[in-house]
Ligand binder design. Structure first.
Ligand code: ADP
Length: 379
């Protein structure tokens, strides 16, 4: 089965909200739709689900125009989980999930053995079998979301559409829901399309990502293809945010400030960098191996970063010593005292010889660091 969107445009009243959208969804794939608020994600999903009709263009399932199919016909191939919560608070979970069988039973229809099995399987797929006899209104948000997905799956769709399935969930449940969706797409070989706000989740779990802005598709492809720094900066208008697409990692942008030198390494710098950036400080940091996460984060932040040139280590060290001699305060991040970081121990020794103020993060709580820095800079 294939879901093909051919040149659709959608408007609310006179306002055009989607313009000339073309895209194809294939079986066995999880697609994430991302983009700023108001970019048209919900409208697009509702059009795919035939809840809105385009004024131009066609949405095809294989060769059929979905807007020409009957509700019941469509319900047998497609199910939808929207952000609006259904008014089903007083139902038991298994009865709620059984509502997903309506295309097969009719609204008042009795459940056949086959229906019962479909309900059980749906609960199993979302790892919620143990909730079958609980009341929906007594569940946590994460559990509710799983149950609503189970109801959609009980419909045995070939296409599952979800609007922001991870919103309001904690990190564990967000990861869990995404893992479940990816798993179902593969195991059942169905098309799953979800709008998402978290780019990191999308990049980790989705086979394909569609980036929308102002009712257009800006980019579509694998996460690696589309989550490029320039694309994200432009789409989200991130003027004061650095982007590292491999994260994708967003950092507050700072600037190289010679007065503050952070001796770091092995990821011990990141917390300090972020603490400083949050308080509006720039900084320089070193001496870092180029692929140290500290180096990657500090570069993303646009801070001053001294990396080790393996071809000319002496030169790198001299640069660092030079910067330290110009600094006012030196911060020791508590980098590992191993051979790998021996250069950095040298830097700390040098700072001490120069009589620089050294803030040792292992001795001062992180929350007091800014206070310490201000104290030193002001004297
Ligand atoms: P997203 O899901 O990306 O936040 P939406 O699809 O909800 O974006 O909205 C896209 C645009 O359509 C926005 O400008 C929004 O204000 C407008 N819009 C959404 N729903 C309606 C509606 N029912 N009536 C009129 N305009 C709407």
């Amino acid at each position: 089965m294939m879901l093909r969107v051919e040149n659709i445009s959608v408007k609310y009243g006179k306002k055009i909200v989607l313009k000339n959208i073309n895209i194809t969804f294939e079986e066995g794939t999880l697609t994430g739709i991302v983009g700023p608020n108001g970019s048209g994600k919900s409208t697009f999903l509702k059009t795919l689900a035939a809840l809105l009709e385009p004024y131009e263009g066609v949405v095809y399932v294989d060769l059929k125009n979905i807007h020409k199919m009957s509700r019941k016909e469509l319900a047998k191939i497609m199910s939808v989980v929207l952000t609006e919560r259904p008014d089903v608070e007083l139902l038991k979970v298994k009865d709620l999930v059984a509502l997903g069988r309506y295309p097969y039973t009719g609204l008042l229809g009795r459940l056949s053995k086959r229906d019962e099995e479909a309900v059980q399987e749906a609960l199993r797929l979302v790892k919620a079998d143990h909730l079958a006899d609980r009341y929906f209104n007594e569940l946590s948000d994460g559990e509710k979301q799983k149950v609503l997905i189970a109801r959609a799956l009980a419909q045995e769709p070939r296409i599952l559409i979800l609007d922001e399935p991870t919103t309001f969930l904690d990190i564990r449940h967000r990861m869990e829901i995404m893992a479940i969706l990816r798993d179902i797409a593969k195991r059942k070989n169905i098309i799953i399309i979800a709008s998402l706000h978290e780019l990191d989740l999308a990049s980790k779990f989705c086979d394909k990502i569609i980036i929308m802005k102002d009712g257009h598709i800006v980019a579509a492809g694998t996460p690696e293809e589309v989550l490029q720094e320039e694309v994200l900066s432009q789409v989200y208008s991130l003027d004061n945010v650095g982007v590292w697409s491999a994260g994708p990692l967003f950092e507050i942008k700072t600037f190289p400030d010679n007065r503050i030198f952070i001796v770091a390494g092995a990821g011990t710098g990141v917390k300090i960098y972020r603490t400083l950036a949050r308080s509006g400080f720039g900084f320089c940091t070193g001496l870092l191996y180029e692929y140290d996460v500290d180096a990657v984060v500090a570069k993303t932040m646009n801070a001053g970063v001294l990396t080790i040139d393996e071809e000319n280590v002496e030169h790198s060290i001299n640069n660092a010593l030079n910067l330290i001699s110009r600094s006012i305060v030196v911060i020791d991040s508590g980098f590992p005292r191993t051979r790998t970081y021996r250069h950095n121990e040298k830097l700390i020794e040098y700072a001490r010889e120069l009589g620089r103020e050294i803030i040792d993060v292992c001795k001062i709580p992180m929350k007091d660091i800014i206070k310490e820095i201000k104290k030193v800079l002001e004297t």
